[in-house]
Ligand binder design. Structure first.
Ligand SMILES: [Zn+2]
Ligand SMILES: [Zn+2]
Length: 204
């Protein structure tokens, strides 16, 4: 019997810096679709359709106001909700809000991403990635993609792997749920254990 594939949706938003740089979380990249497809899930993004109907309206996936840091813990949920068009349908319709932001607490905050499974938001702190010294544009893009895949992993209940106990992927690199700063050793892929958890995820 053919494996049944489930669908989840990404509503993406991005900030633009005062000097015009788009802080794109790269949630629409093919690597994101490929890695979740392998775990039994189809990713729908802006313009895709469920049963003939556009399920992620391109007009709601837009720029959000720039701010250097996120609000404090107490009002962070409200901050995402304000822009999350599909918020009320996030569980029944399986929607995740992916936001390309600048920093969580500042350029020394050291947080590359953050997720809430109950609120269904995933932040990627793109400006922190762009700050990484000694990395070319392609490398930075790859790090941003690793972070968005990692944060989406949290939406499937995955925990971080401790830095010194991170399993390898089938490519012999570190599972993307590695709990540390981006490095070239991290794969844009999950380990077998994480793949199994995503495949069996019942939270939606
Ligand atoms: Zn859909
Ligand atoms: Zn893993």
């Amino acid at each position: 019997m053919a494996e049944s594939l489930k669908v989840f949706h990404i509503e993406d938003h991005w900030m633009v810096t005062p000097d015009g740089k788009k802080l794109d979380p790269l949630a629409r990249s093919s690597e994101v679709r490929t890695v979740f497809r392998r775990a039994g899930w189809i990713v729908h993004i802006a313009g895709n359709k469920c049963k003939g109907q556009v399920c992620v309206l391109p007009s709601v996936c837009t720029i959000v106001p720039y701010r250097e840091t996120l609000p404090m813990e107490s009002d962070r949920n409200m901050y995402s909700r304000e822009y999350f068009f599909y918020y009320d349908n996030r569980n029944a319709g399986r929607y995740v809000h992916v936001i390309g932001a600048a920093y969580m607490t500042g350029s020394n905050g050291g947080k590359y991403g953050m997720s809430s499974e109950s609120e269904r938001y995933s932040y990627v702190f793109v400006k922190l990635h762009l700050d990484i010294g000694g990395a070319d544009e392609d490398t930075k893009r790859s790090y941003i993609k690793a972070t968005v895949i990692h944060e989406l992993g949290h939406q499937f209940g995955l925990d971080d792997h401790p830095i010194d106990k991170t399993p390898k992927t089938r490519n012999g690199k570190l599972c993307v749920m590695y709990d540390g700063a981006p490095t070239a050793l991290i794969d844009l892929e999950f380990c077998d254990e994480c793949l199994k958890k995503i495949r069996n995820y019942k939270g939606w």
